[in-house]
Design a protein around this ligand. Structure first.
Ligand code: GRF
Length: 212
């Protein structure tokens, strides 16, 4: 049989990444997305902070960015709406929160609910919130880690997609522990986003089933 002269390029799911800070998780996603076999492509990066270093990473990779700063909106509902619209422009199939330090409001969840994932630097449901690493250390746990989960209306309460453990070492402080967690977290996030894009997923109660 003659070979098709046009090789079939795997379809890549459109992903928008929300960031507030350094953007090392974003950088890991951007490093993966040039390979069509990964299954996803970062089509836009949106930040609540104009000074987030993550934005420069996106621009260096040629990915469109938008800033939706709370100070530019009269109130919280208007910001929620503005954020939802900024993301909607990119028509994403998946929204990834990668170090995004704001709670998503109802307008955002209404539009994208069920296809928003967050990465959190602790083994949920332990230590939710903005200080997962600090709180785990203060509690004296010997093992912590990271969690990729679907986002619901609560703070880090949505169904868990995947987790990895990281040992707490004697002498760890918040910075050293967070750095070791982030190495594992980046790997997990790239793996999970690729699998969700390639295989799809279903949610059965609290369980997320990849390939479902
Ligand atoms: C990650 O550990 C994320 O889970 C937490 O903040 C960190 C963001 O890191 N919420 P980066 O901006 O991706 O480098």
């Amino acid at each position: 049989m003659p070979r098709d002269p046009h090789p079939v390029v795997p379809r890549q799911a459109r992903v928008v990444v929300l960031v507030s800070g350094t953007g090392t998780n974003l950088a890991a996603l951007l490093a993966a997305h040039d390979d069509p076999a990964w299954g996803a492509r970062v089509v836009g990066v949106v930040s609540n902070r104009a000074d987030a270093p993550a934005l420069a990473r996106a621009q260096a990779a040629g990915v469109a960015t938008a800033v939706v700063a709370p100070a530019d909106f009269p109130d919280r509902p208007a910001w929620d709406e503005g954020l939802a619209r900024a993301v909607e422009v990119f028509d994403p199939e998946l929204v990834v929160l990668a170090g995004f330090m704001r709670i998503l409001g109802e307008p955002f969840l209404r539009r994208f609910g069920g296809r928003i994932v967050n990465t959190h630097p602790a083994l949920l449901p332990a230590f939710p919130g903005a200080h997962g690493v600090r709180d785990a250390l203060a509690h004296g746990v010997r093992v912590t880690g990271c969690t990729v989960h679907l986002v619901d209306a609560g703070v880090d309460t949505g169904p868990i997609v995947a987790q990895r453990a990281v040992e707490v070492l004697d002498g760890d402080d918040e910075a050293s522990l967070h750095e070791r967690i982030k190495v594992v977290e980046r790997e997990l996030l790239v793996d999970v986003v690729g699998r969700m894009a390639r295989e799809g997923f279903t949610v059965e109660g609290r369980r997320v089933v990849l390939g479902g």
